[in-house]
Design a binder for this molecule. Structure first.
Ligand SMILES: Cc1ncc(COP(=O)(O)O)c(C=O)c1O
Length: 362
């Protein structure tokens, strides 16, 4: 028996979710968000499942590089834009598109004087998230400065929603109103939607030219109170580990570090070879379960670096080496995230190198 902690990634599910995302915005082009190693799913392997995307978005230039090196010639958008003037050389050479959100980035672009250089810029408007972007009052000035740059061949207007993970939130309407005012007198391409806006606003607004789904492609719900299947999405990642030990406890026996769990009766405990060293969350706010042979079993005791302990008293049959699902098909990743006081995004991204990725081909 090997220890194997495996995140199995279903590329057909990824492809399916991309097609599903398009049904929410049938008239828009899709920039698939693949930053942070495709939300922990593996940047290059997921390209096979995302072949129908019109482009890809990453956070910074280092994340863009492997895509071009792998021969991906579709638009690649760098969401945080250049971090230094020097980066623009590579950005132009490798034909990346860049978000601009700070004056210094405008100055760097203005310093590009060679007429043969070409750059598509996404001007980010801060409509209320107050994280990145120019205020609506500044947009006219940025717009005209960019228009005067010979290298800038296209300026796309974009904004990002802070609260679209909720189905109803007046702050989203406020951001949309603000953005509509900004784009009203500008004739250009526009991009607004992340997954949350896609699933919650498809009947309310036009998503215009480009949409930027991330989490929904990986099958998880942008709304933490829902599961992906509520929006017709399929789980892409199934995380599994193995039973490595079995123990019969008497009433009153304690389990794990700190003895935080005390057996309320005689019971059978399975030790499973996964822990926070693999990326399984230690913090616990509410009850948590795993699945063995399709049956839910409660996680009991503290999560260790390499192991968790599970109540298998109700199982008729359990053996060393049995496969345990931490999330995926039976246990929704959103459920585990909620139990740990976090979101699916974080669980995906924080799987460590110890966790092997395996890919189910198309
Ligand atoms: C600018 C921008 N657009 C789109 C996305 C994708 O968001 P989501 O994964 O919620 O769809 C992100 C992710 O954080 C983002 O920063």
């Amino acid at each position: 028996m090997s220890r194997d902690v495996i995140a199995k990634i279903d590329l057909s599910a990824l492809k399916y979710n991309l097609a599903r995302a398009k049904t929410f915005a049938p008239n828009s082009r899709v920039i698939a968000v693949v930053k942070s190693d495709a939300y922990g799913h593996g940047l290059l392997p997921v390209m096979l499942g995302l072949q129908e995307a019109d482009g890809f978005a990453v956070a910074h230039i280092e994340e863009a590089r492997p895509l071009r090196e792998a021969g991906i010639d579709k638009p690649i958008l760098i969401l945080e834009g250049p971090f230094a003037r020097d980066e623009l050389d590579e950005i132009i050479a490798l034909n990346y598109q860049v978000v601009v959100h700070e004056w210094v980035q405008i100055q760097w672009i203005e310093s590009l004087l060679k007429k043969k250089e070409r750059l598509t810029v996404w001007l980010k408007v801060n409509t209320g998230m107050n994280r990145l972007g120019f205020s609506p009052q500044m947009v006219d000035e940025v717009w005209s400065r960019l228009n005067q740059c010979a290298v800038v061949t296209k300026t796309i207007l974009m904004t990002h929603m802070a609260n679209a993970d909720s189905a109803v939130d007046s702050r989203t309407d406020k951001q949309l109103y603000c953005f509509n005012q900004v784009i009203a007198n500008k004739s250009t391409e526009v991009s607004i939607a992340n997954s949350g806006l896609l699933v919650h606003y498809s009947n309310k607004i036009s998503f215009r030219d480009w949409v930027r789904p991330g989490i929904m492609l990986y099958g998880a719900s942008p709304d933490p109170s829902q599961v992906g299947s509520a929006y017709g999405l399929k789980p892409v990642m199934t995380l599994t580990a193995k039973v490595i030990a079995l123990h019969d406890l008497k009433m009153g026996d304690e389990v794990g570090y700190g003895g935080h769990f005390r057996a309320p009766r005689s019971m059978r405990i399975a030790t499973v070879g996964i822990g926070y060293g693999d990326g399984y969350p230690r913090s616990q706010q509410t009850a948590r379960a795993v699945s063995i042979g399709g049956q839910r079993c409660a996680v009991v005791g503290t999560v260790s670096m390499d192991m968790i302990t599970v109540d298998v008293s109700a199982l008729k049959q359990v053996s060393l080496g049995d496969c345990v699902e931490l999330w995926g098909q039976t246990i929704a990743v959103e459920e585990v995230a909620k139990s740990a006081g976090t979101i699916s995004y974080e669980l995906f991204c924080r799987l460590t190198r110890r966790t092997k990725r395996e890919y189910i081909p198309l």
